[in-house]
Design a protein around this ligand. Structure first.
Ligand code: ADP
Ligand code: MG
Length: 321
């Protein structure tokens, strides 16, 4: 198939012209200008049909999510998004797949527009349905929020609420019964996650370490602790929960949802205690609720204190809650 001809029809949705793009789609390479004195932050994620998503998923949501998960990685570094490239493998170039691509690009581009990100190139091939997105952003030297920068005594914060995407998934799989209205509201959290880009930028000079919550708080906080050579204690009673997740925990006594369920794409970050007021203010300025859920310790274990006072190991013990 003439891949570029196929793609070109849909790029009209995707172009947000930026001054730092000297040459975009159409040549052998894009030519891009990194602002003087800034570092380039780069991240890539691949989504494969029937592994990362079911192939019958709404393509517009998939287009949104394919970009959102990448922007979330930039957010977790405190970087400012700028450019994106997109590699697509489509089963066929027929009208069915052209329509699919148009819808995919609609979701992708709406999110790209809202973050002032320009699609500057990519590749299109025929094959099993999959997509690889690479994002490029800027961050001042020394200001990136790395996983290995947490210090004992740091306060641990998370943005938004935890467990909503996990509950949406359970509802979709019929494991939890919600009203149709509730299910629809919650499905947004799973299908259209909003990367916390503004928050990452707002706290990048205040926080020590950060990570985005793609695989669940327990595991992702574990990555920070392992990289930083520290431990952590979090308080279950302080976890920010939506009304629906709260209700779920009250009826099931199952704390796994906010701790092990992934796909929330909130940020977890650590802050030295003397910057608590500053970080709260920075989050307020970008309109994102943040909650202190615990503290980094000098040990090597990550633990959670449940509301009944018992302590569980976050790295495995949580399966048995
Ligand atoms: P080449 O053979 O030089 O790689 P292609 O036909 O693959 O050229 O691509 C032509 C142009 O279209 C390039 O600028 C490329 O970046 C762009 N392009 C191809 N596929 C995509 C895509 N899925 N998204 C964005 N740009 C694309
Ligand atoms: Mg190519």
């Amino acid at each position: 198939m003439h891949e570029f001809d196929l793609i070109r029809q849909y790029l009209q949705f995707a172009t947000v012209p930026r001054q730092d793009v000297m040459l975009s789609i159409g040549d052998d390479c894009a030519l891009l200008q990194v602002p003087p004195g800034q570092q380039l932050a780069v991240s890539m994620d691949t989504l494969v049909a029937d592994r990362h998503f079911i192939s019958t998923v709404d393509p517009q949501s998939l287009g949104h999510k394919a970009l959102a998960v990448n922007l979330s990685d930039l957010a977790a570094m405190g970087a400012t998004p700028a450019w994106v490239t997109l590699s697509l493998s489509l089963p066929a170039a027929n009208t069915v797949w052209q329509q699919w691509l148009a819808n995919f690009m609609r979701g992708f581009s709406t999110l790209a527009h809202s973050h002032h990100v320009q699609l500057v190139g990519g590749d299109t091939t025929c094959g099993p349905l999959s997509m690889t997105v690479q994002v490029h952003g800027f961050v001042a030297p020394g200001q990136a929020l790395r996983r290995d920068a947490a210090k004992p005594g740091d306060l641990i914060y998370v943005s938004g609420t935890l467990g909503d995407a996990g509950l949406a998934l359970q509802a979709q799989q019929g494991q939890t019964i919600l009203s149709p209205a509730e299910q629809k509201r919650l499905a947004q959290r799973l299908d259209r996650p909003l990367p916390q880009v503004a928050l990452g930028q707002a706290i990048n000079h205040l926080a020590h370490a950060a990570i985005d919550l793609s695989d669940g708080l327990g595991g992702d906080l574990g990555h920070i602790c392992q990289a930083s050579g520290v431990g952590a204690v979090i308080q279950a009673a302080q976890l920010p929960l939506s009304a629906l997740v709260k209700q779920y925990i009250q009826t099931t006594a199952d704390w796994r949802l906010p701790i092990t369920a992934g796909d929330d794409y909130e940020l977890a970050f650590t802050v030295p205690p003397d910057r608590q007021a500053q970080v709260q203010q920075a989050a307020e300025q970008v309109g994102v609720p943040i909650t202190c859920i615990g503290q980094i310790t000098a040990g090597h274990t990550t633990q959670i204190v449940l509301p009944d006072g018992t302590t569980q190991d976050l790295q495995g013990g949580y399966q048995h809650f």
